[in-house]
Write a protein that binds this ligand. Structure first.
Ligand SMILES: CC(C)(COP(=O)(O)OP(=O)(O)OC[C@H]1O[C@@H](n2cnc3c(N)ncnc32)[C@H](O)[C@@H]1OP(=O)(O)O)[C@@H](O)C(=O)NCCC(=O)NCCS
Length: 163
């Protein structure tokens, strides 16, 4: 058995619950820290991204965690959202909170989580998926391309100084 198989063998996946909230709040900060180099206007303190209460309790979302010996080492959610009226699909899955602890990266754990979230969504008839990622986040973009995502909309931004 090679190292990759050995490493993944002990990893289990499950839906997160409210009991995980304090751990998830901590991991949310890891995502914020990972993205600071890509966005200089993220708040220096108390920057938060996710509505965890909704993601953990509402039926239109699935927040998955991966555990290694009862310790959460990776996260990811899909939330079924209404799509733009111009599109052929009425609903889509929005994916977020993609995080894998540094020592577990590059093993395909993110792909396993995304595949499972897409499977959950397909069972509900949702076939289209979107996510946001910083253009300079090469590791994340490569991981998403491995799942089949391709770049689409580009967000452009401008900061002007006060008059
Ligand atoms: C993005 C992230 C979730 C990927 O998790 P992962 O489990 O390592 O991803 P996977 O193993 O499924 O895919 C790994 C692929 O991503 C790429 N990749 C992973 N780590 C990389 C790194 N450090 N540098 C460059 N590419 C990397 C590789 O192409 C790799 O594919 P390969 O192993 O076939 O070469 C993880 O790197 C992470 O948590 N980053 C910090 C938080 C973050 O930026 N989240 C994304 C917010 S949009």
């Amino acid at each position: 058995m090679n190292r990759l198989e050995t490493s993944l063998e002990s990893i289990t996946f499950r839906q997160a619950t409210l009991a995980d909230k304090s751990v998830l709040l901590n991991l949310e900060q890891q995502v914020v820290e990972a993205e600071r180099p890509f966005n200089s206007v993220i708040k220096s303190v108390a920057a938060t991204y996710y509505d965890l209460d909704s993601l953990l309790t509402q039926e239109n979302s699935y927040l998955m965690v991966a555990e290694d010996i009862n310790s959460i080492i990776a996260t990811g959610y899909v939330q079924i959202r209404a799509s733009k009226k111009s599109l052929q699909h009425a609903e889509h899955g929005y994916l977020g909170f993609m995080y894998v602890a540094p020592q577990h990266r590059g093993l395909g754990i993110n792909k396993l989580i995304m595949d499972k979230l897409i499977h959950w969504s397909r069972n509900q008839g949702v076939l289209d998926f979107y996510l946001d990622v910083y253009a300079q986040n090469d590791a994340a973009i490569k991981a998403y391309e491995k799942v089949g995502f391709e770049a689409s909309m580009v967000e452009m931004k401008l900061h002007v100084s006060a008059e």
